[in-house]
Design a protein. Structure first.
Length: 138
């Protein structure tokens, strides 16, 4: 059985073959998120949003639901583009450079978040008709 370097150092120190153990580095953890909220705290914002729909804040419902169930950062959700959202596979793809550490990532949507996004997509997606054509189309 082989021993790790730390085990060997400790054994050498205990047997007086090593004069002093080196200082152990401390890991400095920054910007950790340990915030969570219970069901009541989740329902209250949705009630307020529903009561004030006339100020065009319907997008907040999907935002709050997706944020709760995915743990995505506010900036990650606000900077999303439609091309990064795949409602068929229930997947959001964050491009490299758009996350806190600069790495891209993918997360899959739980049913509640997917339902909220599909509802919002259905409300906002306009069908293309004779009077509404994509930019540059003739």
């Amino acid at each position: 059985m082989t021993r790790s370097g730390a085990d060997r150092l400790w054994l050498g120190y205990r047997n007086r073959n090593v004069a002093q153990l080196p200082a152990s580095p401390e890991i400095d953890v920054q910007n950790t998120r340990a915030v969570s909220f219970d069901d009541d705290e989740f329902e209250r914002p949705q009630e307020v949003i529903a009561a004030t729909r006339d100020v065009e804040n319907g997008w907040l419902v999907a935002f709050v639901v997706v944020a709760r169930w995915t743990g995505a950062r506010r900036s990650e959700l606000l900077d999303l583009e439609r091309r990064q959202l795949d409602l068929d596979t229930a997947k959001i793809t964050l491009d490299p450079g758009t996350t806190k550490n600069g790495d891209g990532r993918v997360f899959y949507l739980p049913p509640a978040a997917l339902a909220a996004l599909k509802a919002w997509d259905g409300q906002t997606r306009q069908p293309l008709g004779p009077t509404c054509a994509p930019y540059g189309a003739r």
